[in-house]
Design a binder for this molecule. Structure first.
Ligand SMILES: [Zn+2]
Length: 110
């Protein structure tokens, strides 16, 4: 589990690197053709869009890790849950609810 600042431990960074090498077949950077990538050792949080464009503190989000091209800085993102850095949570299903359900305020299981 990442620390309070969202930083991955060295072990977690190595786990993510191993998972990506096994599952993702990371190739050339789509921007510059470079073959050297590294895992950015933090968890990013992509917030969910809500109607009206507002941001909900504590609302649904998607935790992500990123790899970065060592030459141009292009970044690509992967699910931290699928990689196994974070546990699957039942509330994660809230992200697939319809816009009508989200508008009713049931997106967080409430
Ligand atoms: Zn690049």
């Amino acid at each position: 589990m990442p620390d309070q600042d969202g930083k991955l431990t060295e072990e977690e960074t190595q786990k993510a690197t191993a998972w990506l090498n096994e599952h993702a077949k990371v190739g050339k950077c789509s921007m510059c053709g470079n073959l050297n990538w590294s895992v950015v050792p933090v968890i990013f949080n992509s917030t969910i869009y809500y109607p009206g464009g507002g941001l909900r503190v504590g609302g649904a989000s998607v935790p992500l890790i990123s790899i970065i091209c060592s030459n141009c800085g292009h970044m690509e993102f992967f699910s931290a849950v699928v990689i196994g850095l974070l546990p699957r949570e039942p509330d994660a299903q809230a992200t697939v609810k319809s816009p009508e359900e989200v508008a009713k305020g049931t997106a967080n299981g409430g």
